[in-house]
Design a protein around this ligand. Structure first.
Ligand code: AR6
Length: 182
């Protein structure tokens, strides 16, 4: 299944179903944990594909708080950089989880601006092991990313790299709704 590309300002928003470790973009985003030293899910896949130099660089970053983001090189990945962000663990939904998830997207896009990156791909942060409801997460991912691109953005391409058609459909629906309400 393919999903329509939407352009907002100078930025193309794309939704794909793929393994994020295979993408040749300027940066892929890692749904990490606060140690930044690797884990399961997409984090494990990224570390395996990047090779051991990635964890060596991560050790020098001394962790990352929930909602924040840090950048490293991509090593053996086709992506030039990895932006490591730490999503919230879903508890009850009233522990600030939505704001913390929005902050992951905002901070990651800020790093793209700082490093003059053209393209970035996001996984559906927090929706796996951290159990954030996938529909709410897709809506936060899309609306926050649209808000975060500024007039003078360097970002020509934002990819929502989903791991299932169901996740891609949720992002597509959220993007359609965001386009209508603009
Ligand atoms: N490419 C794209 N998306 C993927 C891939 C992949 N290769 N693998 C999984 N996903 P998760 P979280 C999707 O659990 O919920 C780790 O142990 C997956 O289907 O990777 O933020 C960290 O160290 C889901 O939609 O991340 C943390 O401890 C999404 O990526 C914790 O898990 C996020 O699932 C973070 O949990």
């Amino acid at each position: 299944m393919s999903y329509p590309v939407r352009t907002i300002g100078a930025t193309r928003f794309e939704i794909i179903v793929a393994d994020i470790t295979r993408l040749s973009v300027d940066a892929i985003v890692n749904a990490a944990n606060s140690s930044l030293l690797g884990g399961g899910g997409v984090d494990g896949a990224i570390h395996r594909a990047a090779g051991p130099d990635l964890v060596m660089e991560c050790r020098m970053l001394h962790g990352c708080k929930t909602g924040e983001a840090k950048i490293t090189k991509g090593y053996r990945l086709p992506a030039r950089h990895v932006i490591h962000t730490v999503g919230p663990v879903w508890q009850s939904g009233d522990r600030g989880e939505p704001d913390l998830l929005a902050s992951c997207y905002r901070r990651s896009i800020e790093l793209c601006h700082t490093h003059l990156l053209d393209s970035v791909a996001f996984p559906a942060i927090s929706t796996g092991i951290f159990r954030f409801p996938a529909d709410r997460a897709a809506s936060i991912a899309v609306t926050t990313s649209i808000e975060a691109i500024s007039e003078e953005t360097s970002l020509a391409q934002i990819v929502f790299c989903c791991f299932s058609e169901q996740s891609a459909e949720l992002h597509d629906q959220a993007l359609s709704e965001a386009m209508v309400s603009r």
